[in-house]
Design a protein around this ligand. Structure first.
Ligand code: GLN
Length: 483
């Protein structure tokens, strides 16, 4: 049962092949069997989950039809859940219990979902390996000596190891897509503004988006139908009408024009990744799509631009953690200034401190114009690159990451190497466009490889449709890790 996709689980429940309680218990059995090795979760909410499952069974018997009724899902631990901890994998928030549900949590619950636990992440979503978690690292289900990616590594590993039917992650600079590609799952970063950020702990507010991490594009479409759409509690959430993403999967893909960005296929890409991605492009062509070369000339500036802007926003967002309102407070201090200093020194990990320092620097007087303002201008150029490219194509196809999952510890001493590996994912965040990662192959060592599809603003439907057609014709997403 735990191996079911969301669509299969829903079918099974509707046809009464199993109950929501049985499905939820099966998922916890799987967790009991593999979680010691994978460590995808930071806390499980078994008691309330079983209660939600029983409640779902009652509703199913009463003929209630809700899109996620009885489906066990996991949430990244920066999505607020009323009454249970939301730690952001930070010592600072280790005991924090949100007084309200995030809008996405509320929408999932209203759709009948069973929330089974909160998943591990890099502290405050800063990182690409989950090694920045204050709790513990998470291990890649395909190779336990490798990272699951980050920052939504726990959500990706939980889906990849079949410890949940699907999960939610967040993506500020690739944090859904990169771990999805490392763990062999499907991950969608929606258009900025498509999904409400209310109750998502902020990292870089102009880039953050919540999105689905699933076993198939079809499952992601269903989750988007539930979590997407305007929210009066998030002023940046968009009014754009929400299409029925599941319906949209059925559309035609023949004749779609795929842009192949030449800057994404230069030196630095792992040959096995390139081979798998080129193979995937051939598959898409065989389904009737056409390819055209496009150029995104400012790609080389994306990493620098992202790390300036994301750190700047993080430095202001994280100023709220002052030891006064919530979270950790240092015991050591006898005056207010020392209390601030000690609280933040004790509460934040190294990478978070590095980002606060970098962000404060680029915003400081005398450096603001040279760094922050220039970063904003470069962001506009990157966005224009995509607008120009979309004059020639309907979507853009590229690798999700330059290389497959790396070994734990491999990049830990070299933050710059870690940042540079975000090269293919961060442009979509800077431009605000949607992007999907789907499995498209394996290396000789049996590590998953991800294909990235980037779309026009608010055109998640085309990405999911192409992803779905690809998955109908391939079986990379159906493989199970040995564990
Ligand atoms: N690797 C990126 C970073 O460390 C991604 C973060 C994210 O998307 N949350 O900032």
């Amino acid at each position: 049962m735990h191996r079911s996709t969301l669509i299969q689980a829903r079918e099974g429940l509707r046809k009464k092949q199993f109950s929501a309680l049985e499905l939820t218990e099966a998922v916890y059995q799987r967790i009991d069997a593999v979680e010691d090795k994978v460590k995808a979760f930071v806390h499980l909410t078994k008691e309330s989950a079983l209660e939600q499952a029983r409640d779902a069974d009652k509703k199913i018997s009463a003929g209630v039809d809700a899109p996620l009724l009885g489906i066990p899902l996991a949430l990244k631990d920066l999505i607020c859940t009323k009454g249970t901890r939301t730690t952001c994998s930070s010592r600072y928030l280790d005991q924090f219990i949100a007084p309200y549900d995030a809008t996405v949590t509320e929408r999932l619950k209203a759709a009948g979902a069973v929330i089974i636990g909160k998943t591990n992440m890099d502290e405050f979503a800063m990182g690409s390996s989950n090694e920045n978690s204050w709790h513990h690292p998470t291990f890649n289900p395909w190779a336990l000596d490798r990272v699951p990616g980050g920052s939504s590594g726990g959500s990706a590993a939980a889906v990849g190891a079949h410890e949940c039917i699907a999960s939610l992650g967040s993506d500020t600079g690739g944090s859904i897509r990169q771990p999805a590609s490392f763990c062999g799952v499907t991950g969608l970063k929606p258009t900025y503004g498509r999904v409400s950020r209310f109750g998502l702990v902020a990292f870089a507010s102009s880039l953050d988006q919540i999105g689905p991490m699933t076993k198939t594009a079809e499952d992601a479409a269903l989750l988007m139908n539930v979590i997407g759409g305007k929210d009066p509690l998030d002023s940046t959430s968009a009014e754009n009408p929400l299409p029925d993403f599941s319906e949209a999967l059925k559309g035609e893909v023949k004749g779609l024009k795929l842009g192949i960005p030449k800057e994404y296929f230069t030196s630095g890409i792992d040959p096995e990744v390139e081979q798998a991605v080129r193979g995937a492009i051939k598959t898409l062509e065989s389904l009737g799509m056409e390819t055209v070369e496009v150029s995104l000339p400012h790609t080389g500036y994306a990493v620098a631009t992202y790390y300036i802007l994301a750190c700047a926003e993080a430095s202001t967002n994280l100023s709220r953690y002052d030891g006064v309102r919530y979270g950790h407070r240092s015991e050591k201090s006898d005056n207010l200034l020392d209390m601030y200093l000690n609280t933040r020194s004790e509460g934040f990990g190294e990478e978070v401190k590095r980002r606060i320092i970098l962000g404060t620097f680029v915003l400081s007087s005398g450096y603001y114009d040279a760094y922050y303002l220039k970063g904003q201008k470069t962001r506009t150029l990157i966005k224009q690159d995509f607008e120009d490219a979309y004059k020639k194509c309907d979507l853009i196809v590229a690798p999700t990451c330059p290389a497959p999952a790396f070994k734990l510890g491999e990049k830990l001493d070299d933050p710059l190497q870690m940042y540079l590996a975000d090269i293919y994912t961060i442009s979509a965040n800077l431009a605000g466009i949607p992007a999907l990662s789907i499995p498209c192959g394996f290396t000789a060592d049996n590590l998953p490889i991800g294909l990235q599809l980037m779309g026009k603003h608010f055109d998640e439907a085309t990405l999911l449709k192409v992803g779905h057609h690809f998955q109908q014709n391939t079986d990379f997403h159906r493989k199970f890790p040995a564990l």
